[in-house]
Ligand binder design. Structure first.
Ligand code: PGA
Length: 249
């Protein structure tokens, strides 16, 4: 497998609140220096406190999102934007409805597209036309997935429909009434798409992520652990709390 060319920058914080504030500040600093910055955004339980902090900065410190553009990583296939577990709904609820971002500037893949290949190509084209993603936020799955790029995802993969790993379905069942309701497919930016972002920040909190973080940073860079492929990008920062750092050497 490709030799890792880069070591990520590691920022270890004492708890998840501090880690979340650190990530929110990275985004705020970018927006303050570049008002029309293109942000890559993520969903899941982990980024919720970081979005809460960005909303606070908008309200109390006049952080201005009016020219900001955003692209989300992924969406469930089969869920409409107004489905409470869709990632579009999540973004509205946790961030977009509480800041002054222009709705037309926010992009989330369409989980209902009839032609997902065409939709994926169009999504990539929109990112390129916007000038590329300046700062991409990522979480990490227990199995090392980034976005819905499950183990085995090629390093040059692009936005496409994928089958979710059983581990992912189980991990996300907590957001649904029953595991049967969890969609089995997602549409996701590829690893290649993510690696084209100019800067990447991966936020991981809690001991449940410690092993996945350790493999991502210290393990070989290979598709069996997708987050380890970030070693091939020159500007990645892992912002993690003590618990998520507990397996690092
Ligand atoms: P979580 O998901 O933040 O809900 O743990 C992260 C991920 O699967 O990328």
């Amino acid at each position: 497998m490709t030799k890792p060319a880069h070591s990520p920058t590691l920022v270890v914080c004492r708890d998840d609140q501090h880690a979340s504030e650190t990530v929110a500040k990275m985004f705020a600093d970018l927006i303050r220096t570049q008002a029309d910055a293109v942000l890559g955004l993520a969903t899941g339980g982990t980024p919720v406190p970081a979005y809460r902090e960005l909303v606070r900065m908008h309200r109390e410190e006049a952080l201005d999102f009016s020219d900001v553009v955003s692209f989300n990583l992924d969406e469930y296939v089969g869920l409409a934007p107004d489905h409470p577990q869709s990632f579009r709904y999540f973004m509205q609820e946790h961030l977009f409805d509480h800041i002054n971002i222009a709705p037309a500037n926010t992009h989330v893949p369409d989980g209902l597209s009839n032609d997902s290949d065409e939709h994926g190509r169009g999504y990539e084209k929109k990112i390129a036309e916007a000038g590329g993603i300046e700062l991409q936020l990522l979480g990490i799955g227990h199995n090392g997935h980034i976005a819905f790029n499950e183990p085995g995802s090629p390093v040059d993969s692009r936005t496409r429909v994928v089958d979710l790993a059983e581990d992912t379905v189980q991990a996300n069942a907590r957001f649904f009434e029953s595991i049967e309701q969890v969609p089995r497919q997602g549409i996701t930016m590829g690893i290649g798409t993510i690696l084209e972002s100019r800067r990447i920040v991966l936020l991981a909190t809690g001991s449940g992520k410690a092993e996945a973080v350790q493999r991502a940073i210290e393990g070989p860079s290979e598709p069996s652990h997708p987050a380890s492929l970030l070693q091939q990008h020159p500007s990645v920062t892992f912002v993690i709390d003590d618990a998520a750092a507990s397996h690092l050497a």
